[in-house]
Design a protein around this ligand. Structure first.
Ligand code: ZN
Length: 345
């Protein structure tokens, strides 16, 4: 019947946001079972062995994703973003401390590999948007020492460094200007420290600036194929070519609005639609440069998967469409480990 689970390492989850908003709801816990998409039991049931845990600052703390479709939300106040992101970062370290060895905040590729072998949930501290970082980059130094190993220059808004894409369908990702001078300095600092730069949510001009100024592989942790679903959040063929050339990778976003050709937020979206994106990415990038970037706890995902425990359904669908175990291991975790190994110092 079903073969043993290949461990899955995933490019993006918003579980910290769900948990910080749920506090102090005793019924929504990472350890004792929760709502949303990820808790420890469902992760273990689905073979989810870790991933990028996003620290994301909402425009309005009472509404997780407040935005007007098609428009960019306002720039946030630095003090507010530092307060909110510090609380979320502390929440991750508190989870690690309370986990009795079941969750580890990982800082090296070797630590991820150890976690994949022994079943510990490997969490990368990832900031989805550099909004809490001052232009002097003092906060970046502190966060690196704390464990920050991945940084999205922007969420879908502007900050001191770059401009995100508004959520727009259909739309090209070419929606505004490129990096600011502070943004170029941030790219250089991340290269020097060995912090991975995430290009998801960045507009196209910013993408090309990073391609020009960064010496690391180009990575979009949770974005899909623009040719299949023409939203501003997805990657054009030209962008995919640049990612391949840099030996970077793309994580498949499960958000139905970025999978569907009509861009609708309709959970009744078949697994075949996800496979189509994977096939396209593999065709363009090679099987070495594609992974998963679920957006669990941050998006409406296909009802067929439901939550982390449903991941084996996607794996079975991939197997049925011809991916052998060697390819599956690459797609499900090896590619992430390889790219991080190349990027981290
Ligand atoms: Zn996102």
């Amino acid at each position: 019947m079903s073969s043993p689970l290949i461990p899955i390492f995933d490019g993006h989850n918003d579980t910290l946001l769900r948990l910080i908003r749920a506090e102090p709801d005793e019924n929504d816990s990472f350890f004792r079972g929760g709502r949303g998409h990820i808790d420890l039991a469902r992760a273990q049931a689905g073979g989810l062995s870790g991933g990028f845990c996003a620290v994301y600052v909402p425009s309005d703390p009472s509404v997780p994703y407040a935005y007007v479709p098609g428009e960019l939300p306002p720039v946030l106040d630095l003090a507010y973003t530092q307060r909110f992101s510090t609380a979320m970062t502390a929440l991750l370290f508190r989870l690690e401390r309370e986990s009795q060895g079941q969750l580890m905040v990982v800082r090296t590729a070797a630590e991820i590999e150890t976690c994949l072998q022994n079943g510990t949930f490997a969490a990368i501290l990832h900031y989805e948007g550099a909004d809490p970082i001052d232009v002097e980059l003092n906060q970046l130094e502190l966060l690196y020492q704390a464990g920050l190993r991945s940084l999205g220059l922007v969420w879908s808004r502007s900050n001191a460094f770059a401009h995100g894409v508004p959520f727009r369908f259909p739309s090209s990702p070419d929606t505004g200007p490129g990096l600011t001078d502070a943004g170029k300095a941030l790219v250089k600092a991340c290269n020097q420290l060995g912090i991975m730069l995430d290009l998801s949510h960045l507009n196209e001009a910013g993408f090309w600036d990073v391609a020009k100024f960064s010496d690391a592989p180009l990575v979009a942790t949770h974005s899909n194929v623009h040719a299949l679903s023409p939203t501003s959040r997805n990657l054009t063929d030209k962008q995919l070519d640049a990612i391949k050339e840099s030996d970077g990778m793309v994580g498949l976003n499960f958000a139905v609005a970025f999978l569907r050709e009509d861009g609708e937020s309709n959970a009744d979206t078949p697994l075949a639609t996800m496979i189509n994106h994977i096939d396209y990415l593999v065709e363009k990038l090679g099987v070495e440069r594609v992974g998963l970037g679920s957006d669990f706890d941050g998006a409406t995902i296909p009802a067929a998967i439901e939550d982390a425990a449903g991941l084996p359904k996607l794996v079975d669908a991939l197997r049925e469409s011809g991916y052998d175990d060697a390819s599956l291991r690459k797609l499900l975790h090896e590619n992430w480990v390889r790219v991080l190994q190349k990027t981290w110092k």
